[in-house]
Design a binder for this molecule. Structure first.
Ligand code: ADP
Ligand code: MG
Length: 154
């Protein structure tokens, strides 16, 4: 897993409403303003990292970039947190540390193959995030910040 590090902070907005929740992979979305602060040339694909909602517990996550399967034309980041939440958290502050680049995004020929790929990538992310150098990021000061007026990735 190639290492890189971005910290993104923002308020969760509604995504494309594709019903990813019905497929058991709900994905939280950041506002465009937050995504615009990422480098324009960041590789598309699947990243692993840590996420915390409303300064709560820090969970593992996988983030999916641009989505060629859906022929997106705008930038998107879909953050699937590997945790079962009791309630939705649209409008809440989300802290995300993007830790590693797992795999480039392929153009899937079916929804089934897209879903099984994401499930496989989640397993991979879970294992890799347990490495000491990734685990220690949970203690980063960034996760103490939840009320910053600056909503961005840095
Ligand atoms: P949307 O189009 O609003 O993004 P989704 O079907 O992708 O719809 O669901 C995402 C929403 O589900 C998130 O904004 C969040 O409020 C909620 N949610 C519940 N559990 C999770 C989870 N484990 N990971 C990400 N989002 C979750
Ligand atoms: Mg979504």
């Amino acid at each position: 897993m190639r290492s890189l590090l971005f910290f993104c902070l923002g308020q969760v907005v509604h995504g494309f409403g594709r019903g990813s929740k019905q497929l058991d992979i709900p994905t939280a979305n950041f506002p465009e303003q937050v995504l615009d602060s990422l480098p324009a040339d960041i590789s598309t694909g699947i990243y692993s990292g840590w996420a915390s909602v409303r300064s709560g517990a820090i969970h593992k996550m996988v983030s999916i970039g641009w989505n060629p399967y859906y022929k997106n034309v705008t930038k998107s980041m879909e953050i699937h947190i590997i945790h079962t939440f009791k309630e939705d958290f649209h409008g809440e502050i989300l802290n995300v540390a993007i830790v590693g680049y797992l795999i480039s995004e392929k153009n899937f020929d079916s929804l089934e193959s897209l879903i099984s790929a994401i499930q496989g990538d989640s397993e991979e992310a879970k294992k890799k995030l347990d490495l000491p150098e990734h685990l220690k990021l949970k203690d980063d000061n960034f996760f103490q910040v939840s009320k910053s007026k600056i909503m961005n990735c840095h």
